[in-house]
Design a protein around this ligand. Structure first.
Ligand SMILES: [Zn+2]
Length: 131
């Protein structure tokens, strides 16, 4: 499990890896999508035991790409940038807008982590005010 990929850097590599994972998702290969990202990219999803299907590093089940909760159905998607990945559950009512939503998560992560040239890791604005 400690295998380090020598092709671990570069934006092109990152974009290609992200695209590959999304192709897996489009085919319903959720375990493969997770595996395309997992060893190299850090899972940013916070632990959440209030809702089922926690997506944090400890709880995420790679092969589970969908769940139902309170009569709604969700599919697992992710945003990724800067070698970080944020998994989330997308209600199927929003599937038609998923490209837009996923692209926004990508952009948010890139904005949060991409421009940091210094190691100011204290910056952490997780107040969820994205209404
Ligand atoms: Zn968890």
């Amino acid at each position: 499990m400690s295998e380090q990929d020598t092709a671990g850097g570069g934006r092109d590599d990152e974009a290609a890896r992200r695209a590959r994972a999304r192709e897996h998702i489009a085919r319903g290969e959720h375990g493969a999508a997770w595996a395309a990202l997992h060893p190299l990219w850090r899972n940013l999803s916070a632990h959440d035991d209030r809702t089922p299907g926690c997506l944090c590093g400890a709880c995420l089940k790679p092969e589970v790409g969908a769940l139902e909760h309170q009569g709604m159905r969700f599919e697992r998607r992710f945003g990724a940038a800067c070698e970080k990945v944020l998994w989330f559950w997308l209600p199927t009512s929003l599937t038609g807008r998923q490209d837009e939503i996923v692209a926004r998560v990508d952009a948010d992560l890139a904005a949060r982590y991409g421009a940091q040239n210094e190691d100011d890791e204290d910056y952490d604005d997780e107040d969820g005010d994205d209404e």
